[in-house]
Design a protein around this ligand. Structure first.
Ligand code: PRX
Length: 652
């Protein structure tokens, strides 16, 4: 039984002035869409797909004959960059800004649709000259600069599958992903700016590539101007190769099911999984949700603050807004550089109308104080969004009042790397919101809260969040490991005798049918909106020569949602203490990246286990959350009491 403790009773109807102009302007309009999607799902999705530019329009929507492996629009052919760019070249939109960019040092660039198209073509020609072909995998490890957007689209232009790795990952993590994806080309930069310091991207790539002989070419964008070592024959400066390239590059049409990208994410095992997204289904649903949920329209300045290294950046910094012909803003750096008002300064200077960010950021802004937003005119904002974790009502209220001036609807969007697009969120002109609830599944989406046995939960009964039906933007498989796809997502819960997609989240529906997502019920942590598998951190820890065993759990954290706590058993003769703690933290940073650094390391002689040898995480979680404060960190915790308890307790 999953208990839900959050009780929030306020509701906020869509402001009338907002609803009047919205794409979906009323509850009736939303209900009509839901009916349409229920009564004729294939027709509904085919009509949505028709919003994209197709070389060969699809005549079929869902093919579930190999369920849980699904295909969407599979007789269609397209190249998604034509929907993002080419379609605008003969309309007045060609001179509209596609991309507004601000670097951390304060430099700015604007690229119109026409300019972005030219840059994408030139870069695609560079990639071609390096031997990149349709079906190849290209890894991108870059700062948030316009060239990242250009490079992503250049890959898509050629039908090459891109895999963007977040700039916070370490050389080891890059190596694992390059090898798993079988990438032959890497695009990076000399560095990027973060809190006034240079992130040594090229250096990390070089270290990773010592173990990746199949990588033939490395393209290096100049961002900081620092000198970086270049390996002759393999490494090329982007500026050198792009000079003189033609601004024409025919788009390569691909089948709708062609893998547009692979994005690695954490699961319940030590090995990150390569989530594979399609072209036609992904493009269709991402474009649709951008229009529905963000109500994007001409004249908007849209800013999603996520990094393109995460799914939010893929879907709602890059593809979604460009597919809708919108203007998307990109910011390279940290929210507190040079000062804690950087975001509000950006909103005011660029006249941002739609802002999409994460609860963890909102809580940090709250803590920094109202004086920072008060310095700036935020009246351009008309819609606010959140994603990544449940938003606590206090943060919601602050966002609504202090940032939104009480006038902007808030869309709390629930989705995952695997879902590709938003699956549950308010339609801002139609759905009354409740702080902390992502409200309802979007039209055409069948999310349900069920018990372990697949029966539907009662109102307000906590259960497992599942998707009863496939949706176009869903992941197609785990790269190179279809068994893991089936095992990970379709083996836990059956509804009416049929395996359904299990999200890994616990949730409840209230008496008004509102969905309240409570967070992960599996061994995946959500730290500052980032997914981190406990098993990944554990396997990083045990790869240290002094570590015998490790168990990692989450501890509730006011700012980050969860903080990582590691219980570690050292090998015989090794000395626990602050020095070892520092060493082990650094080791995790080295193996995975700073985002996975444990907040706390606690040494113990043995870990509490069930009779069958499973670590009793529940006990460790309790200990981590409320356990005795460690006065002297050098002492070993005596968990043998728990151990004895464990032998008589029920198996977890
Ligand atoms: O637990 C849910 C939480 O984030 C998980 C997905 O993480 P990731 O794949 O990294 O993607 C994050 C951005 C899409 C989910 O399983 N989550 C995401 N959005 C929400 C959320 N939890 C509650 N409310 C949300 N709006």
């Amino acid at each position: 039984m999953i208990e839900s403790l959050l009780q929030e009773r306020r509701t906020f109807p869509p402001p009338e002035s907002f609803a009047r102009a919205a794409h979906i302007p009323s509850a009736e309009a939303a209900a009509a869409l839901r009916r349409e999607a229920e009564t004729d799902p294939d027709g509904f999705w085919l009509r949505q797909a028709a919003q994209l530019v197709w070389r060969r329009p699809p005549t079929r929507a869902l093919d579930a004959s190999c369920y849980p492996f699904v295909r969407w629009f599979d007789d269609g052919e397209l190249n998604l960059t034509e929907s993002c760019l080419d379609r605008h070249l003969h309309t007045p939109r060609r001179n509209q800004a596609a991309l507004l960019w601000e670097g951390e040092p304060g430099d700015t660039r604007v690229l119109t649709y026409q300019q972005l198209h030219r840059e994408v073509c030139r870069t695609a020609n560079v990639l071609k000259s390096l031997g990149v072909r349709c079906g190849d995998r290209v890894v991108l490890y870059m700062p948030m600069v316009p060239e990242l957007v250009v490079a992503v689209l250049a890959c898509a232009r050629l039908g090459a599958t891109h895999s963007v790795i977040f700039g916070g990952f370490s050389a080891e993590a890059i190596r694992d992903r390059i090898l798993d994806a079988g990438a032959t080309c890497v695009i990076t930069a000399d560095g990027g700016w973060r809190r006034g310091k240079i992130v040594p991207l090229k250096q990390n790539v070089d270290a990773a590539l010592r173990h990746c002989p199949q990588v033939r070419a490395v393209l290096v964008v100049t961002r900081t101007g620092e000198s970086v070592p270049m390996t002759p024959g393999r490494d090329h400066f982007y500026a050198d190769l792009v000079r003189g390239q033609s601004a024409v590059c025919p788009a390569v049409p691909v089948p709708a099911e062609h893998p547009l990208f692979i994005l690695y994410t954490s699961g319940t095992t030590g090995k990150p999984k390569g989530v594979v997204h399609s072209t036609g289904g992904y493009g269709t649903q991402v474009a649709l949700t951008t229009r529905w949920v963000f109500d994007l329209r001409d004249g908007d300045t849209y800013w999603c603050t996520a990094d393109i290294g995460w799914i939010t950046g893929h879907s709602y910094v890059l593809y979604g807004p460009l597919l809708c012909g919108g203007t998307t803003l990109l910011y390279e750096g940290a929210p507190d550089t040079p000062d804690k008002d950087r975001f509000w300064d950006i909103v005011a200077r660029w006249g941002v109308t739609i802002l999409y960010t994460a609860p963890t950021a909102i809580r940090a802004f709250m803590r920094w104080g109202d004086a920072y937003p008060a310095r700036h005119d935020l009246s351009s904002l008309r819609l606010l969004g959140t994603v990544g974790e449940p938003i606590n009502p206090a943060a919601w209220t602050w966002y609504h009042e202090v940032i939104g001036g009480g006038r902007c609807p808030i869309v709390d969007t629930w989705w995952q790397t695997e879902t590709g697009a938003i699956l549950a969120a308010p339609l801002p002109g139609a759905t009354p919101t409740k702080p902390g609830s992502c409200t309802h599944p979007l039209p055409g989406v069948a999310l349900e809260v069920v018990r372990k046995d697949g029966t539907r939960c009662n109102d307000n009964e906590g259960g497992y969040l599942v998707a009863l039906r496939p949706w176009p933007a869903q992941l197609r498989t785990v790269w190179g490991d279809p068994d893991r796809y089936r095992q990970q997502y379709f083996s836990d819960i059956q509804v009416d005798g049929r395996p359904v997609y299990f999200t890994g989240d616990g949730a409840r529906r209230d008496e008004d049918g509102y969905l309240w997502v409570m967070g992960r019920v599996d061994d995946v942590l959500n730290v500052a909106g980032h997914r981190i598998g406990t098993a990944e951190v554990e396997s990083a820890l045990v790869s240290h020569p002094d570590v015998a065993e490790a168990a990692v759990v989450g501890r509730p954290d006011e700012l980050k949602g969860q903080a990582i706590v590691a219980f570690v058993t050292l090998r015989a003769g090794r000395t626990p203490g602050p020095e070892m703690q520092a060493q082990l933290k650094q080791h995790v940073v080295h193996e995975i990246g700073a985002l996975a650094r444990p907040e706390e390391i606690r040494f113990t002689e043995a870990l509490p286990k069930t009779r069958s040898g499973k670590i009793m995480r529940r006990l460790l979680r309790e200990l981590a959350a409320g356990g005795k404060v460690q006065g002297d960190v050098t002492t070993l915790e005596d968990l043998s009491v728990l151990q004895r308890l464990a032998t008589s307790a029920d198996e977890e």
